[in-house]
Write a protein that binds this ligand. Structure first.
Ligand SMILES: Nc1ncnc2c1ncn2[C@@H]1O[C@H](COP(=O)(O)OP(=O)(O)O)[C@@H](O)[C@H]1O
Ligand SMILES: [Mg+2]
Length: 208
């Protein structure tokens, strides 16, 4: 089993969008996938409740009160982390993860929240020793926007791998309202978005 933590100290950066999207992508590849929601806002659990029975199945795990057990047979666990984690909460979630995906948005305020989160991560021995990978997802990019150029420079300064660059697209919210993600719909409307996730999904699907 590979356990993927999607986290950032800041709210609204796309944690739930990326956690639900990754779970849908892995489920579409026929991985036995569970999505654990550790955020009291329950965005991922709500999304799973809205998810149609015909869509690729994803197990729901409610971790909003405490972290629980993962059912046997699960191949990929995606954890939607809450914002504003304190030190011990981060430690608990990190203990339960093999890889950390950090969504970042092109705003200076987000960079401050991200830095605090990465600072806390950097204190973890498993991260420092390179046993636990940390990758960035640059989210809500607008082509040719100054903020995008700035975010690229910022990501380079962090010296962490950028696993995906996701454009700002209305389709994410539209599909999330139906418990769906871009991986649930084949066709030209979702293809450009899916292409932007491909490298990240390959990484999480392929690493044994
Ligand atoms: N790439 C994107 N394009 C357009 N809207 C996005 C994108 N990523 C996230 N959003 C929207 O931004 C809002 C916050 O995203 P969400 O995933 O809930 O963030 P978090 O879980 O970090 O608080 C949601 O309304 C979501 O639909
Ligand atoms: Mg959320």
């Amino acid at each position: 089993m590979i356990r993927i933590l999607v986290g950032n100290g800041k709210g609204g950066v796309g944690k739930s969008t990326i956690a639900t999207g990754l779970a849908a992508a892995l489920a579409a590849r026929r991985r036995v996938t569970a999505l654990a929601d550790a955020d009291r806002q329950r965005s991922s659990l709500g999304w799973l409740e809205r998810r149609p029975a015909s869509a690729a199945p994803i197990r729901a795990l409610d971790w909003t009160r405490k972290l629980g057990a993962v059912p046997p047979g699960v191949e990929r666990l995606v954890v939607d982390a809450p914002a504003n984690l304190d030190g011990s909460e981060i430690e608990d979630l990190l203990d339960e993860s093999d890889l950390v995906v950090v969504p970042v948005q092109p705003s200076l305020f987000d960079q401050a929240g991200t830095e605090r989160f990465l600072g806390k991560l950097g204190k973890q021995k498993s991260v420092r020793k390179g046993r636990k990978a940390v990758v960035l997802v640059l989210n809500r990019l607008r082509p040719r926007a100054r903020a995008t150029v700035r975010l690229d420079a910022y990501a380079r300064s962090l010296e962490l791998p950028v696993a995906a660059r996701l454009a700002d697209r209305a389709i994410y919210e539209e599909l999330a309202a139906q418990g769906l993600a871009v991986f649930d719909l084949a066709g030209a409307r979702t293809a450009p978005a899916r292409a932007e996730w491909a490298q990240l999904v390959d990484l999480l699907d392929g690493s044994a």
